[in-house]
Write a new protein. Structure first.
Length: 158
């Protein structure tokens, strides 16, 4: 009996770990609701929306993977023209975290140019996955087009 419980727990743990940090496209079935919760405004975010896309990171002060996620998202926003990165403290903005059903940190949302949620990831995403998710974000005049990197950041410090 104990062995069976250990096997089940291991299988569930591996499955959950494989899903962590993976972006999932927002769909009506996925359930944010198809209404006002699907669109975030600059007032909601406390910052400006990107011309092409916005990377929104929900984090908390004691979240270990939040710092490397913040650094990577800032790096991506610096590389890709028209993309901004906004970090939101989930504890300070509990209203917004609840509205968007953020249950773990880091949670990363990719918004289109008008603030619509295109995709989300719970856990620390890989940079390649962030770039791929940006490719699905609507760009002005080219819905669903790939996002090309802009001029590289010359500082190299991050």
């Amino acid at each position: 009996m104990l062995a069976a419980a250990l096997v089940v727990a291991t299988v569930l743990g591996v499955a959950l770990r494989r899903r962590a940090g993976r972006f999932r496209a927002r769909s009506a079935e996925a359930g944010i609701g198809g209404g006002a919760a699907d669109v975030l405004t600059e007032a909601d975010l406390g910052g400006r929306l990107g011309e092409r896309a916005t990377l929104v990171q929900f984090s908390t002060p004691y979240c270990a993977p939040c710092r490397p996620t913040r650094q990577m998202l800032a790096r991506v926003a610096g590389m890709v023209e028209g993309v901004t990165h906004i970090e939101i403290d989930a504890a300070e903005r509990l209203d917004l975290a609840r509205r968007l059903r953020v249950t773990s940190t880091p949670t990363v949302l990719v918004l289109g140019p008008r603030g619509g949620i295109v995709s989300r990831a719970a856990g620390q995403p890989r940079q390649a996955d962030v770039m791929a998710a940006l490719g699905t974000a609507s760009t002005p005049g080219r819905a669903g087009a790939a996002v090309a990197p802009g001029p590289a950041c010359g500082t190299g410090a991050e």
